[in-house]
Design a protein around this ligand. Structure first.
Ligand SMILES: [Zn+2]
Length: 351
């Protein structure tokens, strides 16, 4: 079968290979993959920054954002042949830590979890893939066309759910949010916040006539081109979601956090970068009871919330979700999908 595999930690190692077709074992499902989306993690694995092949193998099939159809099941599988599904990414650690035992692998406390397409398990950028059926999310027909966005949406859901959960530490009614970055994760986080009735400003470096700016306006948000406009707003932002991966961008947002506000950090930042304003930001954190936290990955509940919100978004903002998919490629076009350019939002591969 056709598969797109990397050879970590070799640089720019992704290529199209002929891989053996997997077979489902007990409790597993065999998926015929329809579409896979690539993100910064796939890009970083291709660049040799991280990623690890399954034990005893050299190649790692990449791709962790996928939608596929169940075509075969092992004994005791929890799905049926014909189901259209999106797989979650992370699998429990062998020690079964308390969080993994509860299905909260995104909060695994040992760090020995495995991740499809990233760490120790093959991904879904292949004609066929196998995974545990209990981690498959069924996709209703009305959102099948955008289901490849469910994995990144689940990350946004996890981040926003946790933001609200953490803020139960006090009486708190957020009215304004700032999302730094208008890539897929930033835009999806902005959409989830809009569904929660929050005013959203999204800041990025693209022009006002760009697709990204237009999508922000379509959801009723305010787009800020940081090259020309200030981030400041009266009263500050109750929530800041940092999704640029730039230390400088993250630091530039912190002075605009409202009293009692919360910052959710979602990027991966360059090593060893020094920022001069950290002392001011830390003092403000103390004096205004602010909080900053990081969130990675997502769990089954976040995917399920994502399905619900996909439906709400489709009803409220016609065609908006599909505008995030800016290019579709064949498996042979994997290189363009991994390096789609600065104006692109989400590149996908149809198998
Ligand atoms: Zn664990």
């Amino acid at each position: 079968m056709k598969a797109i595999a990397a050879h970590p930690p070799e640089k720019r190692s992704a290529r199209l290979i002929d891989a053996p077709a997997p077979r489902p074992g007990q409790g597993e499902a065999l998926l015929k993959i329809r579409t896979v989306g690539f993100d910064g993690t796939d890009h970083d694995i291709d660049q040799g920054v991280y990623g690890s092949a399954p034990p005893g193998e050299e190649d790692l099939i990449i791709g962790h954002e996928a939608v596929g159809e169940v075509i075969e099941i092992g004994d005791d599988a929890q799905v049926s042949v014909g189901d259209v599904v999106v797989p979650t990414v992370r699998r429990p650690c062998p020690q079964r830590c308390p969080n993994c035992r509860k299905g909260l692998m995104d909060r695994c406390s040992t760090g020995d979890f495995r991740e499809h397409g990233i760490k120790g398990l093959h991904g879904f950028a292949a004609e066929l893939a196998v995974t545990d059926s209990q981690y498959l999310v069924k996709v209703p027909p009305d959102v099948e066309d955008v289901a490849v966005l469910l994995e990144p949406l689940s990350i946004a859901e996890s981040a926003i759910t946790e933001t609200y959960l953490i803020q139960r530490r006090m009486e708190w009614e957020p009215s304004r949010a700032l999302v730094m970055g208008a890539g897929p994760l930033g835009l999806l986080a902005a959409m989830v916040l809009r569904l929660r009735g929050v005013e959203v400003s999204a800041a990025a470096t693209r022009q006002h006539d760009s697709l990204k700016a237009d999508i922000v306006r379509q959801m009723g948000g305010r787009y800020i081109n940081v090259k020309e406009e200030p981030l400041a707003v009266d009263g500050g932002y109750d929530i800041i979601v940092e999704a640029t991966g730039s230390t400088r961008a993250a630091m530039s947002a912190l002075p605009h956090l409202a009293r009692n506000g919360v910052v959710c950090i979602l990027g991966i930042y360059p090593k060893g970068e020094v920022c001069g304003e950290l002392g001011d930001a830390l003092t403000k954190l103390v004096l205004e009871n602010q909080l900053m936290f990081g969130a990675v990955n997502s769990n089954l509940a976040d995917f399920q919330k994502g399905i619900e919100d996909m439906r709400a978004l489709k009803q409220r903002y016609d065609g908006m979700l599909s505008r995030l998919i800016t290019s579709r490629h064949s498996p042979e076009g994997y290189r363009e999908a991994l390096e789609p350019g600065r104006e692109a939002i989400k590149a996908v591969i149809d198998f």
